[in-house]
Design a binder for this molecule. Structure first.
Ligand code: HEM
Length: 398
């Protein structure tokens, strides 16, 4: 537990130097809200209580636009643009956000994702076969956790998977802590330019980029620049997060053999297991950043317009007021109140896809590799020093 009752300003993000990094470090401000100092030197509010995280994420008084005054910058930008980049609706508010999100909602509805399940299963089984053909020990991240979501999002968008090294390397650079801001922006622009070319070459395919080009860009509802931005957001969000979740979920199950055994015996409980893994691991550990655009009270504190707030979903998902013994993995707890996918208008658009991928990947992994085991001591697992938490490598045998 991080002691937040003292007078020294806490530095955020809290990067564990000791202790078990698999689960987020518990943060507890006595009032569920406090102030922290960011690596940029900026002082910002941080809310850790479940109730307050929900309050921030559902309120129109908090903006997702990083160009708004006071927005918490976890990494410095060389220079702030005039507004969010075209198509980057995760960083937009109100009607601008709603206009773009609305065009994508049907693509990610549960009904539509169900039609993709055979493809997801085929991709999962293919990756497991390739890993088995390679032989044990193998790095589960390289052979399974990364290629599965990456292939699926490529198929959905119409991005050639043969280019995966190009965009995987650049998204890793974009998300690594150690990357200087200028290089992170350059990596982002390279993926954007690549997608821009794809957008402009589309000619009536059935993939998402082609359909949006034909149905939205050609009709003037979306610009070609916006479509490239949307494709960039989906490509990066669509594989990094799910990949880290598949890797860490496998590790969490291997470290809790009794829970894994029960899950194998009761495969119908996989949906609940996925929710608990999302809660327990809470991979978006830098929290969700917002700028207050109106004075608001949170837990007796006045947050003024122009001040920044971090909604620490990982802390909310480990709040003892909502989840008993939050540090324990309990696959049967039915943790439906978790906020691993956020909350409110920006709640993860891709969650039905992420859930389907996690459910199918873990089911096939447990069924097809009954002897699955870590090939290293758990203490030797290397974690990724990145904005989204994950395992760097996961050597396994079977
Ligand atoms: C938004 C987490 C998978 C696309 C978000 C947000 C979170 C999140 C916390 C909210 C951001 C905010 O409020 O500022 C995750 C996790 C995933 C996952 C933990 C995997 C386990 C995916 C996938 C896709 C995706 C597979 C797409 C294919 C998006 C998009 C947004 C978003 C487009 C922005 C939504 C908006 O602003 O309206 N995600 N995500 N995510 N996610 Fe995911």
């Amino acid at each position: 537990m991080i002691d937040t009752s003292g007078t020294n300003m806490l530095r955020f993000p809290f990067r564990p130097r000791h202790g078990d990094p698999l689960t987020p470090r518990a943060v507890s401000f006595p009032d569920g809200i406090g102030q922290v100092e960011l690596p940029t030197g900026q002082i910002t509010w941080l809310v850790s209580r479940h109730e307050y995280v929900r309050q921030v994420l559902r309120s129109p008084d908090f903006s997702s636009d990083f160009t708004k005054p006071g927005f918490p910058m976890i990494r410095a930008l060389p220079q702030l643009p005039d507004g969010p980049p075209p198509g980057m609706f995760i960083r937009m508010d109100g009607l601008d956000h709603a206009r773009l999100r609305r065009m994508l909602v049907p693509e990610f509805m549960i009904r539509h994702i169900r039609t993709l399940e055979p493809l997801i299963r085929e991709t999962v089984v293919g990756a497991l076969d390739a890993m088995r053909a390679h032989g044990a020990p193998a790095d589960l991240v390289e052979w399974f956790a990364l290629p599965v979501p990456s292939m699926v999002i490529c198929h959905l968008l119409g991005v050639p998977y043969s280019d995966h090294t190009f965009f995987q390397e650049r998204s890793r650079v974009m998300l690594a802590w150690s990357t200087p801001p200028q290089e992170a922006l350059a990596a982002r622009d390279e993926i954007r330019d690549y997608l821009d070319k794809l957008v402009r070459q589309r000619d009536g395919g059935a993939d998402l980029i082609s359909r949006l080009a034909a149905e939205r860009v050609a009709t003037g509802e979306m610009t070609a620049d916006e479509l490239s931005g949307v494709a960039l957001l989906l490509l990066v969000a669509g594989h990094e997060t799910t990949s880290n979740m598949i890797g860490l979920s496998t590790l969490a199950l291997l470290r809790n053999p009794e829970q894994m055994r029960r899950l194998r015996a009761e495969p119908e409980s996989m949906d609940d297991a996925v929710e608990e893994l999302l809660r327990y691991l809470s991979i978006v550990r830098t929290g969700l950043t917002r700028a207050a655009v109106a004075d608001t009270e949170i837990g007796g504190q006045v947050v003024k317009a122009g001040e920044g707030v971090i909604a620490l979903v990982s802390a909310a998902n480990h709040d003892t007021a909502v989840f008993a013994e939050p540090g324990d993995l309990d696959l049967s707890r039915g943790s439906h109140q978790h906020m691993a996918f956020g909350f409110g208008v920006h709640q993860c658009l891709g969650q039905p896809l992420a859930r389907a991928e996690l459910r199918i990947a873990l089911t096939e992994l447990l069924t097809r590799l009954p002897g699955l085991a870590l090939a290293v001591d758990p203490a030797e697992v290397e974690y990724r020093d990145a904005l989204i938490f994950g395992a760097q490598r996961l050597p396994v045998t079977w």
